[in-house]
Design a protein around this ligand. Sequence first.
Ligand code: GLY
Ligand code: MN
Ligand code: MN
Length: 361
Amino acid sequence: MNSIAARLDRIFGNAAFDKLLLINTTQKDSYFTYLTGLYAGSFESSILIADRKKALLITTVLEYDVAKRSCPKEIRVVAAHSRGKTMELLKDQLRNKTVGVNGAFIPINLYRRIRKLGKPKRMVDAGKALAGARQIKDWPEVELIGIANNIVKKAFSKIEGSLRVGITEREVAKEFDSMMREYGADAPSFDTIVCFGRNAAVPHHVPGKAKLEEHSFVLIDAGARYAGYCSDVTRTFIFKPDRKSDKYKRMIDMYDTVKEAQQIALKSIKPGIRCEVPHNKAMEYINKAHNGIYKGMFIHGLGHSLGIDVHDVGPNLSPGYKEKIQENMVFSDEPGIYIDGFGGVRIEDDVLVTKSGGKFL
Ligand code: GLY
Ligand code: MN
Ligand code: MN
């Protein structure tokens, strides 16, 4: 069974619908990529209608050839030359069926139109069935996330060579993105974050015109997208440190504390453990370090699911997530300490959950 057939099988496992319908708008539904493998191209207005064994892709003449060449054999591809043809296909596929849609994606006006044109018996939200399948990665997905992860790490291994006094955050972000492309990325997986000095205290700072100075924090949070899959990695450096200064000692202590918190979290990532546990362990370690000097300074969740989307379908490693961690989930592990007016440290790596526990990619 190839991976698309296996994905359909998982989605339809206990599904309360006979047909699954995904429709793109000007945005591509990431489940469309999940099921067709079509990660490039916009496929605007394309419709995928699947059942347990096979699927029909209704696309436009613009992308018919690409789809025909790239889709797996379970997917029959047709080009609809007119609205009339699309209506005919919809009626043929959906009439009197219970049709599942991605309720988190389909706009209400399209939902109504499909209901009117396709005349299904019922339309239901397939969100749970879709997420249940996708939050567990299969082998091709793990491999692609691994490649995306290698690309961003290669860029990290080179970027320090580009840092010089006076370079701006924006220039570093641009350089980082171009390195990722050089190493094989299709694109950055999100807008690269570069923070100098005290800007590192803002977790999602937008890189601007700040110039790099000696003895400063450099925090870079970036990811590569490769064949539809994302990586998400953060590194914090100290640029031209003054190793004798108190500032340096403080910076290094923050770094070491975050690094240890990340390891503590990693060790608790295991199948069967509640998703909130690794977060709570990292938080507790940071809050208690040196009698509480960093208490309350780890201000966000420890991690999130990672896959086709950088914040992917699936649970977060955050307070309140009682779901159990499962084998072959992929998460980020990204504790941080943020000190307003001074700077911040975040270290982020991507973790595959194996039978025996979490492993950094
Ligand atoms: N890059 C955003 C995040 O780490 O979640
Ligand atoms: Mn990140
Ligand atoms: Mn992240």
